[in-house]
Design a protein around this ligand. Sequence first.
Ligand code: EPU
Length: 354
Amino acid sequence: MDAYLSRQLISMPTSLLHYNTFGIEVSCDRLVEYCSCEELCSVLKELNESGQRWLHIGGGSNLLFLNQHFDGVILHSKIKGIEICEETDEDVLLRVGAGEDWDQFVDYCVNHGWYGLENLSFIPGEVGSSAVQNVGAYGVEAGDLIETVEGYYTKGVKASTIDKSDCHYAYRESVFKHELRGEFIVTHVWYCLRKSFRPVLTHAAVSRLLESQGIDPEHCTALQVRQAVIDVRKAKLPDPKEIGSAGSFFMNPVVPEEKANALLQDYPNMPHYPAPLPGSDETGVKIPAGWLIDQCGWKGKQLGRAGVHPLQALVLINCGGATGNDVKHLAETIQADVKAKFGIDIHPEVLFIS
Ligand code: EPU
């Protein structure tokens, strides 16, 4: 084992305060940050031999630690690099290290004239997590642009690539969150980006902001879209450096059409969009969880040391010194209220770690 790893593996209990955007005080037995596939293989072999519990994290923007101590090893990728693997007049295929900061990667692409990711600007997290979470915003999902995901099966420590068709991308879903959870570690993500820019303007907030700046949305540049998305996000979502949160806490539920129609009788202004109904071939109706929570009167409210953001009810926040259980208690109370008022189950997007 090389000196770098042996140094990492004998480290003392480590604080994860700066590794979870909720800003929860939590520690772990050891934190191992690796910079290459070789280092990852060494640590996986060591963990397989010792049988120690481990958890791989990305930017920590989608996690809620429930206990004050995580009894095991936390793995974190610091694999960097953006390589051009193929290039034509139309597009470019990039192999990107899982440890690259997501927004720096988006910025790099827009500035190099490689388009497709600009609507995903300013999302906290890292490139590896983009492939696991299928991050999405303003009408675009990471899975739309991913070609292949490269990494290691943890059991045999075997390198493999997973084609996008086997990633099972859907709204906030992927094979890495289900069948391959804990079984596969992403080291690189291959993104195919376009060299000609076509704006995706399905979200009114982005078009409205461009228009307010005198920019015709149909003839805008990618840089203008990126800046508009950053401005819209900054206006509504808390900066994790100032207020602990994990972005959207819940996924937006998709309900059968009959259910949505019944609710529209009582709430004619309810926002709603057609969307695939999970576990069925039918089309359902997506209802924003933020709207449901807002209607229950939770926006800006606090329960213990956890609260609901005053500008976006989908975002739960750490009001100062919150534990994971404070946030969980608030989340469960909100879920019960939404169920009682609307008969709809909302599910966390955030992963609870006990
Ligand atoms: N709404 C309210 N009250 C609220 C929040 C929202 O009435 O407190 C209403 C809004 O007025 C709007 C609708 O709900 O009509 C949708 O709200 P918004 O456009 O803010 O989007 P969202 O559905 O709440 C999703 C993503 C966001 C992403 C935005 C934009 C999920 C779970 N969240 O939020 O993703 O930025 O769309 O595309 O799908 C994230 O994952 O961390 C995240 C921020």
